[in-house]
Design a protein around this ligand. Structure first.
Ligand code: FES
Length: 127
């Protein structure tokens, strides 16, 4: 079997799918090669990510990895979430085929982009 049970599960029942109207940070990333796009929304309170949502216009592995990534950063501090690597997400999913690893990179980048957006909004507020 090409995909692990966990990948299939997160692909078929993705967690935290949707849009967040009042997000504190939004990150959008894309992969130029396959054309897939991922959007990640985070809600932050006292430096803790209290809620996460994502939307992916992409392949099954992109859906599965972003779903798993949202589960992994929920309840974590900003710094902890920044440390989330695509490797950790892939491991949590019991692996991905090699030619699908780039999809998990998209998930990591989307998390980082959302945090970056959150931080730049904070700096804007302080000014
Ligand atoms: Fe592009 Fe999966 S094929 S994200």
């Amino acid at each position: 079997m090409l995909y692990s049970e966990k990948v299939m599960d997160h692909f078929q029942n993705p967690r935290n799918v949707g849009k967040m109207e009042d997000a504190d940070g939004v990150g959008e990333v894309g992969n130029a090669k396959c054309g897939d796009i991922m959007k990640m929304y985070i809600k932050v309170k006292d430096d803790i990510i209290t809620d996460v949502k994502f939307n992916t216009f992409g392949c099954g592995s992109a859906i599965a990895t972003s779903s798993m990534a949202t589960e992994m950063i929920k309840g974590k501090s900003i710094d902890e979430a920044l440390e989330l690597s695509n490797k950790a997400v892939v491991e949590a999913l019991d692996g991905l085929p090699t030619n699908k690893i780039h999809c998990s990179v998209l998930a990591e980048e989307a998390v980082k982009a959302a945090i970056e957006d959150y931080r730049s909004r904070q700096t804007a507020k302080e000014m």
